[in-house]
Design a binder for this molecule. Sequence first.
Ligand code: ARG
Length: 581
Amino acid sequence: MSIFKELENDLKSIIHNAGYDEETIALETSNRRDLGEYQLNDAMQLVRTYHKNPREIAQDIVNELSKDNRFTNINIAGPGFINFSLSDEYTYKILNSMNEDIFNNIDKKSPKKIVIDYGGANVSKALHVGHLRSANIGEALKRLAILLGYDALGDAHLGDFGRPLGLVIKEIKEEYPDLPYFDPNFEGNYDDIELPITNADLERIYPLASNKSKEDEAYLEDARDITMKFQSKEKGYYELWKKIVDISKEDIKKTYDDLNVSFEIWNGESDEMEFFDELYKIYEEKGLITESEGAKVIDVSKEDDNAPMPPLMMVKTNGTMSYDSTDLAAILERKVNFNPDEMWYVVDGRQSLHFEQVFRAARKANLVRDDVVLDHIGFGTMNGSDGKPFKTRDGGVMSLKNLIELVNEETYKRITNESISEEEKKEISKIVGMAALKYADLLPYRNTDYIFELDKFTDLEGKTGPYLLYSTIRMKSLLNKANFTNGTITKLKGIEEKDIALTLLELPNVLNRSIEAKTLNEIAEYLYKLTSNYNKFYANNKVLIEEDTELKESWLTLTNIVYKTNLMLLDTLGIKVPNKM
Ligand code: ARG
């Protein structure tokens, strides 16, 4: 249990000893620091149960509180607000326990298993900024869940089974009609065929094929036909499809790696579709499948819907499987293979209707236990300065690779440390660039859209990734210069150190609220708050040349706690810290 939770529990007993019972105590740092570090407004709430004057209740609580030497500066304000501060000794004790083990400042949750779907990159198509948001938010939520004691698994859920692949194969057929894959009489081994296509070719081919299909009905028809062929494992087409998936997957893995995003499960929609027959049978036996204009659908509407709810598409009119069925099949697959307590989907908020359909369909056939949580964790878009989804200069979709390059060029310019070699500078600017991008992406509440502002995101000052990295590295360098290995806090001087201590104590609640709401903005804000509190202290005190050795050791120990907390939280957000910058 965190020290903070312990404190809240102790306050509950104190109030109990004063003759009153409170369900829970939510202790918040006071914004009237002149009155006390903390404020309790329980006396006002207890009025309802105990029908007494709130000041009288407050006085009873204060009498108990005063018996405990951990609390000082106890007073009652207004109608019955109780203000108090933590004694110095108690504050040091708390900090020393954090220094001993930073995890003493975290509350673990009771274990449960969660599968988180946050990949969604599409095979043979370049990743775009939407995929960045999924990956970034999903990875951070997974790390947060693990930090708090959950067993969380990330699933890449690659888009490898839909029409884009049909289009790509159609175009390859146009360009290389003689490839043995297209020869129904081919007798050889498909593994021996040299496919003259790289990932860069695929990224060229897809947009080309997509444009052609918009103008040429017959071309589109062929692509549809090919889609059905590889989906039904037809000889030649299936093997070519597999080859393309392998080429593209390698590149996708590298991109996720660059993003410091990793998956425990590397499934694609095609793997989920292995469960399609079983899935179909379940719905068919329950009589839940109906025909609609040649398609097979599941009605998911409810009587009290106040907007029309379209049916879930199991099989499209043309016989191909749909996006809906891949997600429904994935629920069955995940249940069979992992049996999780929760399934989370970190996917663009504009897909909320799709997930509502899928979840309703899953519930309708009891695909999972009633108590299994199915949650679509939506997010808004990253926009350009025009307020529309971020585009390239010529109006095209911004690929993730280009976006990352753009940011890295900027961070490269901003690293001015002369002692860093050219080679290192390039490596470091990549890490800093990623931090700039990721932090800016996690800072706003996930459902709000935000505007991409290169200058602002890469600035070394302000609420930015680079600022956090720079400050964190400076803490480490201070500890190194002082040859700090370990220490104890026995003495602190001013309000700045106390602010740091109080901010550190807020962490368990910040983490708690974040996992409950599945958001990361509060952690991002917290990192900034803690870091800037520390920097204020750092600017006003010359730690290295401090002559009072007791004070110096205490300051270094405090620095160490903030440093370790920053590392832990940056890692939770999936942000790497370079050795220097
Ligand atoms: N591949 C899809 C796309 O790029 C995203 C998939 C999201 N995840 C899911 N389970 N549907 O739009």
